[in-house]
Write a protein that binds this ligand. Structure first.
Ligand SMILES: NC(=O)c1ccc[n+]([C@@H]2O[C@H](COP(=O)([O-])OP(=O)(O)OC[C@H]3O[C@@H](n4cnc5c(N)ncnc54)[C@H](OP(=O)(O)O)[C@@H]3O)[C@@H](O)[C@H]2O)c1
Length: 281
């Protein structure tokens, strides 16, 4: 039985991932921002006693930090951190921390959560970190002088960057944690029929509707996450990008080491800045 922290289980891929992992006998610690939806999901779990709900809004770093503290109080160790929550935002929005929402909900919230949980992973069995990225990382082309996309925001630019950051983050974790025996991977779940993109209006909404019949079901979309969380390969192979349960090629930009190191530096700086400001308030 593994102890698995997973974000975003109220819908889509994360929901199916939590259901299946729990049915396999694992304890799922579900970090969500919607208590009602989580409680409803808990009623559908095969082993509801093997589940824990902890409130976590990734768009609020104080909430992420407090969720991590609750995991530390309630659990001696953690075997898997599955950073699943995320999405695409039609128009630029900022979080209460003053950061661009796509960046924070897909990347920075998970950056803080994962780093906070490393001491528990160190005590876990075959511990691993999994970031749900996307083929959309191929659209990523970050300008580190405008990481918050204050100039020329587009939803695809923000999402492409954020999903590229999921890969950079997994690779950096692999570099930093391999000596501690912690694996880190990123994955593309497939093109999945979920709530993803449901805030779109106009042309993009029509386009999404046209694509729906060709999309895979969330049950299928959850397969690579479940595979990486539970298989021997998901622990023995680290620092990779996966599709359909197999290592896959990334775009060449995902191998840019300078970007990867810069992302870590900027993320660390932003987290410290936001948490210091909120402590002082
Ligand atoms: N669907 C696809 O084709 C596809 C393709 C490639 C990658 N992905 C990735 O797969 C992951 C799951 O997406 P999905 O397709 O399953 O979408 P989804 O059905 O919209 O589910 C997204 C999940 O993220 C949660 N979430 C969003 N913002 C949050 C926040 N601020 N704090 C905490 N939780 C938050 C949502 O919670 P609420 O219920 O509270 O909104 C929901 O549980 C995402 O990382 C996405 O980028 C999806």
């Amino acid at each position: 039985m593994k102890t698995i922290v997973i974000t975003g289980t109220t819908s889509g891929i994360g929901r199916q991932t939590a259901l299946k992992l729990n049915a396999k006998g694992h304890h799922v610690i579900m970090l969500n921002r919607n208590e009602q939806k989580t409680k409803a999901l808990q009623k559908e779990l095969v082993q509801p006693a093997q589940s824990t709900f902890i409130f976590c809004d990734l768009a609020d770093l104080k909430s992420v930090k407090s969720a991590a503290e609750k995991v530390k109080v309630g659990f001696e160790s953690v075997d898997v951190v599955l950073n699943n929550a995320g999405g695409i935002i039609p128009d630029r929005q900022t979080t209460k921390d003053g950061l661009e929402l796509t960046f924070q909900m897909n990347h920075l919230g998970h950056f803080l959560l994962t780093n906070e949980l490393i001491p528990l992973l160190e005590k876990g069995k075959e511990p691993r970190i999994i970031n749900v990225s996307s083929e959309a990382h191929k659209q990523g082309n970050p300008n580190f002088d405008d990481l918050q996309l204050e100039n020329g925001y587009s939803s695809m630019k923000a999402y492409g960057n954020a999903k590229l950051f999921n890969i950079y983050f997994a690779q950096s974790l692999h570099d930093k944690l391999k000596d501690k025996g912690i694996a880190a991977n990123a994955l593309h779940p497939g093109v999945v029929d979920t709530k993803f993109g449901s805030d779109f209006k106009g042309f993009l909404k029509v386009l999404l509707k046209l694509f729906k019949p060709f999309m895979i079901k969330p049950e299928k979309g959850a397969e690579t996450s479940i595979f990486l969380a539970t298989s021997d390969e998901g622990y023995e192979q680290s620092g990779l990008y996966w599709k359909k349960k197999k290592p896959a090629k990334t775009a060449s930009i995902a191998q840019n080491e300078e970007n990867r190191k810069r992302l870590w530096k900027e993320s660390d700086k932003l987290v410290k800045q936001v948490l210091t400001e909120s402590d002082a308030a």
